[in-house]
Design a protein around this ligand. Structure first.
Ligand SMILES: [Zn+2]
Length: 275
């Protein structure tokens, strides 16, 4: 069975070595994992998740009386935090998830990308997706890259025409460096072809699938006093209990099928040593 997320990680390591704009990325701090996504349904091929943002400023939810505008009640103080994920020796800063089988079945001819890659094979569309997700990593500060507009202000979303054009230029640059065809093999085949060639597709996922590390709310303890002039009822905040930290023990391999997935084994089996 092919370990698809391993193959994608290897390709991403090669890309950041060959594309100067992405050379700041330390792939030891980027975790690649798989999620389910049907090929015949709309949705993302991949997503870049930033998990290195500092905690938010303390805040609370509040409710006002519609007629008087007066504050009637507020929630407890809370902050939002990124989970800690440590797989190797260094903490993970970003995760890139790929939806299977949708990502494998991406077809250039049916996408807006085709004008940039005339005459190129379908798998170049998948390479575009990978470079796109890596380009979301901000070189200057923790977070998702902000795109500057021509007037020097930042675009409200993290894309914009220049983002897509930059990605196309990086894809062409990478291909011009003549990467080892074996590194690109992971992109060459669609899902059924890959399954036929390798006996199945496995990918790294988290225990408790389909959940994965996400930013979570932490109620402050002790609670700071109410801000000046705010006098109203304070309601306890009930938040879902999301994990705050993850290690290699939380990773498992799953086999991805056309419309389902099943767990195979712990991704990092513990070695048992006899004395
Ligand atoms: Zn994007």
């Amino acid at each position: 069975m092919i370990n698809y997320t391993d193959g994608l990680s290897r390709l991403m390591r090669d890309i950041v070595q060959r594309v100067p704009t992405l050379s700041f990325i330390d792939m030891n701090r980027v975790l690649v994992f798989a999620r389910s996504g049907r090929s015949d349904a709309e949705g993302a091929f991949a997503t870049c998740h930033c998990i290195c943002l500092p905690p938010s400023e303390p805040g609370y939810y509040f409710w006002r009386d519609r007629t008087t505008g007066r504050l009637t009640r507020r929630s407890q103080w809370f902050v939002t935090r990124s989970p800690e994920v440590q797989v190797g020796t260094k903490p993970i800063d970003y995760m890139v998830s790929f939806t299977l089988p949708r990502f494998c079945d991406q077809v250039l001819a049916r996408s807006r990308k085709q004008v940039h890659y005339k005459g190129q094979p379908n798998w170049v569309g998948k390479l575009d997706t990978i470079v796109h997700e890596l380009y979301h990593i901000d070189p200057a500060r923790p977070g998702i890259r902000r795109m500057e507009r021509a007037d020097g202000t930042y675009s409200a979303n993290c894309h914009g025409d220049r983002f897509f054009e930059d990605v196309v230029a990086m894809v062409h640059h990478y291909l011009e460096t003549k990467p080892d065809p074996a590194v690109l093999d992971v992109l060459r085949y669609h899902f059924d072809e890959l399954c036929g060639r390798s006996g199945g597709i496995a990918g790294l996922a988290f225990r408790g699938y389909p959940s994965y590390p996400q930013r979570y709310i932490q109620v402050l303890d002790p609670q700071p006093p109410s801000p000046d002039g705010v006098r109203c009822r304070v309601e306890p905040l009930t938040v879902p209990s999301l994990r705050a930290s993850y290690t290699a023990d939380d990773l498992v391999l799953r086999q991805f099928l056309r419309t389902a997935s099943r767990r195979l084994a712990p991704a990092h089996g513990r070695e048992v040593r006899a004395a």
